[in-house]
Design a protein around this ligand. Structure first.
Ligand SMILES: O=C(O)CCC(=O)C(=O)O
Length: 280
């Protein structure tokens, strides 16, 4: 593989700095999405076993395709059954580590913050199933989840594992809002999961950009950039991950978990191995 794949052009870097986000269409190949998909599939199988064991389902739907199975498993169940597993997942599975260390992702991030890259502890696998209110994420700035961290230029890298569309609830954001301060947020009470949220009046005049993208595309955005996602009105799961990266000399936010050294041009021998990550 060309070792520079994913590196940004000066125009892309400028776009990110000015607009607060950047879309990299189909950055990852199907083969590169396989390891995280396997991890997700394993978790879905584990959930199917539990639902079956509890007598909540009569069929584990083992032959159902990745994009449908989780939605079908919960089709006849209540929202609470789904939320028992969390609105997003942060399991330590090798497939996620492989994705977070993908050279193309790290090359893109390196173009923005340099070659000393820390993978922030906050990464989420999002199984956005239809009909669960918590699938729709209200307008917010990611920084509202770590208001006490110092001025980290945290970069979110959002990647769908199936095509993300208007129908299944793609990401929407407000360009250039990353240039403002962190806004006062509240905890919403509609989804039962307490997302941080902004009121309509805080959104300002900036037009919203909807970002439907193909599986394997990456949407990079700044942690002050206002964004949200719409409900999933399809019959499939909108699978996605949101990964986060920052320079190594910034607050590692241990209160959110354990991050890891994803890339060091100065000390490559110190980069975290899979074994270390699984142990921590
Ligand atoms: O995946 C989504 O629907 C929302 C993602 C999001 O809000 C985030 O990554 O901060």
């Amino acid at each position: 593989m060309d070792s520079a794949l994913g590196s940004l052009t000066p125009e892309q870097t400028n776009f990110y700095q000015e607009e607060g986000y950047l879309v990299l269409p189909e950055l990852l190949t199907e083969a590169e999405l396989e390891p995280p998909k396997r991890a997700m599939n394993d978790k879905v199988s584990q959930i199917a076993e539990e639902l079956y064991g509890a007598g909540l389902i009569r069929d584990k739907l083992e032959a159902s395709p990745f994009r449908y199975r989780l939605a079908e498993l919960f089709q006849g169940l209540d929202e609470e059954h789904f939320l028992k597993y969390g609105r997003s997942w942060r399991d330590r599975l090798p497939g996620y580590f492989e994705l977070m260390n993908n050279a193309k992702i790290l090359n893109a991030v390196e173009s923005l913050i340099g070659g000393e890259i820390f993978a922030n502890p906050v990464y989420n696998v999002r199984p956005k199933v239809p009909k669960v209110a918590a699938g729709a994420v209200p307008w917010h700035q990611d920084k509202s989840y770590w208001p006490d961290a110092n001025a980290n230029p945290v970069i979110t890298v959002w990647i769908p594992l199936v095509d993300s569309t208007h129908e299944n609830g793609c990401l929407h954001l407000k360009p250039r809002t990353h240039k403002q301060k962190l806004l006062a947020w509240h905890r919403e009470a509609l989804t039962g999961t307490g997302y941080t949220a902004l009121t309509e009046s805080q959104l300002g005049p900036t037009p919203t950009v909807a970002l439907p993208v193909k599986a394997g595309s990456a949407i990079l955005f700044n942690d002050r950039c206002i964004h949200m996602s719409t409900p999933n009105r399809s019959n499939e799961v909108r699978w996605s991950v949101d990964l986060r990266y920052q320079p190594t000399d910034q607050d590692p936010m241990p209160q959110h978990g354990t991050g890891f050294l994803a890339r060091s041009r100065l000390h490559p021998e110190r980069q975290t191995t899979l074994e270390e990550w699984l142990r921590d």
